[in-house]
Design a protein around this ligand. Structure first.
Ligand code: SF4
Length: 454
């Protein structure tokens, strides 16, 4: 009998949707090995931290959590502490010296072997580390225990070839590998058949997707993949994330506009409005080119929501370069933005650049950009008051279980009265109030029943 059989396992996920999806896969693998997944880390025999390395702050939080868990270890050594994901890949076995309470360190490419590593540690009491970059077969990565019964993430590719100068991802997730289009379509058909209404196609840079050769011998690009997925019966919505501006093809705006299931939203990280900073970031576009892409998207897809990522205080960022970012934000008027201060990451080109922006100034610039965006988002959301929006009900609002939460096609969060049985339905809502992050709605007349057999 497996050493993990009947043990309770808990997964704490840090970072992006790619990690959320990996955690679903890990949960599926552990259940196959006889574990019971629990929602409360306090009850866990096996505590897994699926980590993020994109910012130093994320790593600091993980270190703090491991130290806390280590203090709680009982005489039987429980919980076993396993650390996987990008931080494991970035630091490998060195983590065992820094965090002696750790039992298992599992790299991003070794996820299918995590249960075996945990078993080995339980059986021998030894610390187990595997961060090799041999790519395991992709098949096990399709499975998993999905968190939502309404919407699902579908990985279409792993890794990244871009080497933006601040980013650790290519070093911890490896080079770009696209899944075969037929495998993706098969997975989405299965999800649609089981009642999932919305899928998000996931990749570090989905617009550079190049799937295996199709019947006519051509590689399948992202627009073609969207077309294939759009044809799947039973599905209501398709999203995709993340898009790199340099790879957005001329055909993408038309595809979003034509394909009824593809939601009118694009997450298009700009990172900076300054051409000199963009050059130092190795982003391969200018602020002008970025604005052109957004203009074309807005022309061809009226009402499309455009969200972005921005870094404040990149090494050497002058006052003028910072002002260029402010100007670009005022010009584009993003619907939302994730804004962070620059965080130096090992291995990256930017780590070797002279960082002339003091921490105090980085924080000040961060605050200024966040305040600017909050004002824009609030204004845009409040402009929707009195208008109707289509929302996919996802379930109870975590803040108020008497209300439901869902998202508009433009990915805005909507809160509205309803019952948990409504989860999985697409509802027509009237916006009554709004702030920078949330639309407060009531039900309008039209309602469409959507069944979900999960
Ligand atoms: S596109 Fe750039 S920022 Fe995005 S994952 Fe790749 S290297 Fe990192």
């Amino acid at each position: 009998m497996s050493k993990t059989a009947k043990l309770k396992a808990y997964i704490r996920t840090y970072g992006c949707q790619m990690n959320e999806r990996d955690s679903e896969v890990i949960a599926g693998l552990l259940v196959q090995h006889g574990c019971e997944m629990v929602d409360d880390g306090e009850r866990a025999d096996i505590y897994i931290l699926n980590t993020c390395s994109v910012r130093e702050h994320a790593e600091d939080r993980v270190r703090g959590k491991v130290n806390l868990l280590s203090l709680k270890k009982g005489s039987g050594g429980k919980p076993l502490i396993a650390l996987c994901g990008c931080m494991a890949q970035a630091h490998g076995g060195r983590l065992l010296r820094a965090l002696p309470g750790l039992d298992v360190v599992c790299g991003t490419h070794r996820i299918p072997y995590l249960p075996a590593m945990i078993e080995e540690s339980l059986e021998t009491g030894a610390k187990v580390v595997d961060v090799s970059d041999d790519h395991p077969h992709q098949a096990p990565l399709r499975r998993g225990i999905r968190k939502s019964r309404v919407k699902a993430w579908v990985s279409i590719m792993r890794g990244c070839d871009n080497f933006c100068s601040y980013c650790i991802v290519p070093y911890v997730r490896g080079r770009e590998v696209s899944r075969r289009p037929g495998d993706i379509v098969h997975e989405v058909e299965g999800l649609a058949g089981r009642g999932y209404r919305e899928i998000t196609l996931l990749g570090q840079n989905v617009n550079s997707y190049r799937g295996g050769a199709s019947e006519d011998g051509d590689l399948c690009d992202f627009v073609r993949l969207l077309k294939m997925v759009n044809g799947i019966t039973g599905l209501s919505r398709i999203r995709f994330v993340t898009s790199h501006p340099k790879d957005v093809s001329g055909g993408l705006p038309g595809a979003i506009s034509r394909m009824e299931k593809v939601c009118e939203h694009i997450h298009l990280p700009v990172q900076s409005g300054s051409n000199t900073v963009l050059r130092r970031m190795n982003r391969n576009y200018t602020g002008e080119r970025y604005a052109e892409i957004v203009e074309k998207l807005r022309e061809e897809v009226p009402g499309i929501a455009v969200t972005t990522d921005i870094i404040a205080g990149f090494p050497g960022e002058t006052a003028r370069e910072f002002d260029d970012t402010v100007s670009l934000m005022e010009e584009i008027l993003f619907d939302g933005a994730y804004i962070f201060k620059y965080s130096e990451r090992p291995h990256t080109a930017a780590a070797g650049m002279e960082d002339t922006v003091p921490m105090g100034l980085k924080k000040e610039r961060l605050r200024k950009l966040i305040d600017l965006q909050m004002g824009i988002s609030r204004k845009k959301n409040r402009a929707l008051i009195g208008r109707s929006v289509e929302v996919l009900a996802e379930g109870e609002s975590p803040k108020d279980p008497s209300m439901l939460i869902g998202r508009t096609r433009g990915n805005r969060v909507a809160v509205f009265p309803g019952e948990s049985a409504d989860a999985g339905r697409i509802v027509s809502l009237m916006v009554e109030d709004a702030n920078a992050t949330t639309l407060y709605c009531r039900k309008a007349e039209r309602k469409r029943r959507i069944t979900n057999d999960q």
